[in-house]
Design a protein around this ligand. Structure first.
Ligand code: FAD
Length: 436
């Protein structure tokens, strides 16, 4: 290593990618060495994962490669297993015989979140999450496979079970995924003359009393009416108590034969956060308004893994774990690390939500851009436009636009790829939750 200070960013999600990109801009050449260490070699634009699962986007469209998005940073693809804040080193496992030990002078922790799993029996082995591209690709194959099996069998109960899909969690990830996959499976029925629309069941389950609570009661009700009108069953104030390979049990005691449970009931910070030994709030690293970890003068954190206090909130509750906050926190974190090295002034993180968008498939969506409630086709246009604007790569953006344009005139190719084996799609493998 050179004698220059070494800045290390851990994680290449919204916070890490934008932190590294901003640091490249703020730090003069030769002022510091910059390294980004991440389990993936790309930023996954996760708001469009439901479209990948529904086959409306090719998976590569939403993977923004670090090697083209970053110019100067050294990129290390590996899993940070531990952080030694005393010795200022991290241990990185990256399929070499020995872990890499990287020294750092400034550390940015942007490891994001993983699916929050309740201790529901069967969840690890029989439920699928949607936090990564691996999971999205697998879900698409799995759902198409269930349709093939349903078509092959003459047993009507087996057929109905194969065509019953349960989605747990009615936030934006779960509702969008359920809505888009239901549209996808319904559109596939004409390929299978033996299958009838009545055999197909999509069930959305949540303990909360409403869907899409992030968008408020009016838009949530609109979304609920839309998906129910399309035939989706929605059970609110209900949870899942047991998941078996061929059935799921609900808190009201009902057992539903099915082979698909998608679990999208919230997120919790990535496991590395718990290994730092620093203060956490609901599992997220406590940081001050400059995103610095108290007691650790050289460590900053941003995104889903950090609990940054919202000064606009009367109780200073942390900002919600969303991409728009993670991205903007990444930029502020970069300014503050650069300032600590003598380049520029530190900043506080303050951001008013620009609003959320949710694509409900077909010509429908709900959105609240800058506080203005929109439904139906206008919301859909806003959602598409926002994502095109927000994807941080021209190459990805133009390919996404091309896929969307093609979808208007032809159906996405309904073929299983078989690239992901079931074990690779389980939570522990797909979300890297099993640190050694
Ligand atoms: C299906 C879905 C839909 C969503 N829709 C929206 C939306 O419409 N709008 C919105 O604002 N937000 C949305 N979100 C939330 C948004 O994706 C997250 O808030 C955002 O990704 C958080 O960014 P982050 O940088 O904190 O973490 P992440 O994007 O999760 O990135 C974390 C990074 O850290 C890496 N990492 C983790 N642990 C380690 C380790 N030990 N070593 C090395 N690398 C590690 C990961 O590989 C990853 O690169 C959605 C999320 C999902 C799953």
């Amino acid at each position: 290593m050179s004698a220059r200070p070494h800045v290390v960013v851990v994680g290449s999600g919204f916070a890490g990618f934008f932190a590294a990109r901003t640091l490249e801009r703020l730090l003069p050449r030769g002022a510091a060495d910059l390294t980004i260490v991440s389990a993936t070699d790309h930023l996954c634009y996760s708001p469009l994962l439901p479209e990948v699962a529904a086959g409306r986007l090719d998976p590569r469209r939403i993977a923004i490669p670090l090697h083209s998005g970053l110019r100067r940073a050294r990129i290390v693809q590996g899993l940070v297993e531990s952080v030694d804040t005393g010795a200022h080193t991290i241990d990185v496992s990256c399929d070499l015989a020995d872990p890499l030990v990287l020294p750092w002078d400034r550390l940015a922790v942007t490891v994001g979140s993983v699916t929050r799993r309740q201790p529901t029996p069967g969840i690890e082995d029989h439920a699928l999450g949607l936090k990564t591209l691996v999971q999205a690709v697998y879900i698409r194959d799995h759902v198409l496979r269930q349709m093939e099996i349903a078509d092959a069998t003459d047993d009507l109960e087996e057929r109905r079970a194969r065509l019953t899909f349960v989605v747990v969690g009615a936030g934006y990830a779960g509702t969008e995924t359920a809505a888009q996959l239901q549209v996808m499976t319904t559109a596939q029925l004409d390929r299978f003359p033996r299958l009838r629309a009545e055999d197909l069941t999509w069930l959305l389950v949540d303990v909360a009393p409403a869907v899409l609570p992030e968008l408020g009661p009016r838009l949530g009700q609109f979304a609920l009416d839309q998906i129910r009108a399309r035939g989706m069953q929605v059970r609110l104030r209900t949870s899942v108590t047991d998941i078996a390979p061929d059935r799921v049990t609900l808190s009201d005691g009902q057992t539903i034969p099915c082979h698909t449970v998608l679990w999208t009931a919230g997120v919790t910070p990535a496991p590395l956060v718990g290994r730092l030994g620093d203060a956490v709030e609901h599992g997220r690293l406590v940081v001050d308004s400059q995103l610095r970890v108290p007691e650790e003068p050289d460590v900053w954190a941003a995104g889903d893994s950090a609990a940054a206090p919202d000064r606009h909130d009367a109780q200073h509750r942390p900002y919600p774990p969303t991409a728009q906050h993670a991205q903007r926190m990444g930029v502020v974190l970069a300014h503050n690390i650069a300032a600590s090295l003598g380049h520029g002034e530190p900043r506080e993180y303050r951001h008013h939500d620009l609003g959320l968008v949710a694509d409900l498939g077909r010509r429908s969506g709900v959105a609240r851009p800058l506080g203005v409630p929109l439904t139906g086709w206008p919301a859909k246009v806003v959602a598409k436009g926002y994502h095109l604007y927000a994807v941080p790569s021209m190459a990805n953006r133009s390919r996404i636009a091309a896929d969307w344009a093609l979808n208007l005139v032809s159906r996405p190719v309904p073929a299983q790829l078989g690239l992901v084996r079931p074990g690779q799609a389980r939570f522990a493998a797909a979300e890297h939750t099993a640190l050694r």
